[in-house]
Ligand binder design. Sequence first.
Ligand SMILES: NC(=O)c1ccc[n+]([C@@H]2O[C@H](COP(=O)([O-])OP(=O)(O)OC[C@H]3O[C@@H](n4cnc5c(N)ncnc54)[C@H](O)[C@@H]3O)[C@@H](O)[C@H]2O)c1
Length: 340
Amino acid sequence: MRFLVTGGAGYIGSHACLRLLDDGHVVTVVDNLVRGHRGAVDALRAAGGARLAFLEADLADTATLERALRDDRIDTVLHFAGLTNVGESMEQPLEYHRTNCAGGISLLQAMKTTGVRRIIFSSTAATYGEPPQSAMPLTESTPQCPINPYGRSKLQFEEVLRGECAALKESSPLAAIALRYFNVAGADAKERVGEDHRPETHLIPICLQVALGARPHLTIYGNDYETPDGTCVRDYVHVEDLVDAHLAALTALTPAQFRCWNVGIGRGYSVRAVLESCRRVTGHAIPAIDGPRRAGDPAALYADPTAIMRDMHWRAQWTDLDRIVSSAWKWMRAHPRGYA
Ligand SMILES: NC(=O)c1ccc[n+]([C@@H]2O[C@H](COP(=O)([O-])OP(=O)(O)OC[C@H]3O[C@@H](n4cnc5c(N)ncnc54)[C@H](O)[C@@H]3O)[C@@H](O)[C@H]2O)c1
């Protein structure tokens, strides 16, 4: 098949591209490199050779997207590109709506013009906001009440997709799926690509950066939550399992239907549990200090993956925290400065 992958120079998108290239598909990456890495594109080129095309372009550039969709005879779009930092979204809400919602609309417009009608969109558990703890684990029908511009911009684009799939009198209707990811972690088993967010806000790489000596300590935001050890609990899904979910979703794309699934392992690990795991895996003491709670951090957030297991026969293979952390650590140790 022939894929257009937006955000393919970023963390999750580069893993998806590698998998598609390893499986013999043809991939065009569109990324403006605002957060992605040329080093990731180089790794993709090494894996895919002539089956990989890279376009340094912004989602807002509808004409370039149209050209790529038409000239590269694309069947399906995997839409990973976006801004992803919750804190930053509170400071720059307009930028988040412009990229995550208006950027998606530009992409959809290009798809409409060129007759490409299949899209899988990276959505997020942040669209659920701060659900009551009685709502755990989260199903797809948990009310979506995002509490920050990041979550709102993602939910808005879900709504755009839903509306476009339901468009009346459409001779070639859109098929769209939103996968709502929980916390993604780990790296390619062959260490070709990995996680390098700048700034890094994710717990596992931050702990590992302390182990590498790149940070002095981990700050634990809140130790008095109503969880077994007082720290926040999150669902960590391995990036390879997440990519598998996308491949499974390809077979579930249905014209004129917008469908969504949560992607998580279905259990949560606390901040302290992650820290202990990182200490075990790295053999480093990883100093940690207690800090205040952060606004908008729910005590626990984890998925109910029943629907994706039932509908797509997807099942997380990586459920052991130490294995997930080891995978991230292997890449980090091999690339202590990331793609720099
Ligand atoms: N990492 C997670 O734990 C997580 C959790 C839930 C959802 N998600 C979603 O998954 C997707 C990928 O996340 P990631 O962690 O790989 O992020 P990332 O920042 O590593 O990758 C995003 C990519 O999009 C590109 N990009 C941003 N704005 C663009 C624009 N206007 N035009 C073209 N390219 C642009 C960036 O350069 C980057 O390469 C995002 O949409 C994110 O919201 C991620």
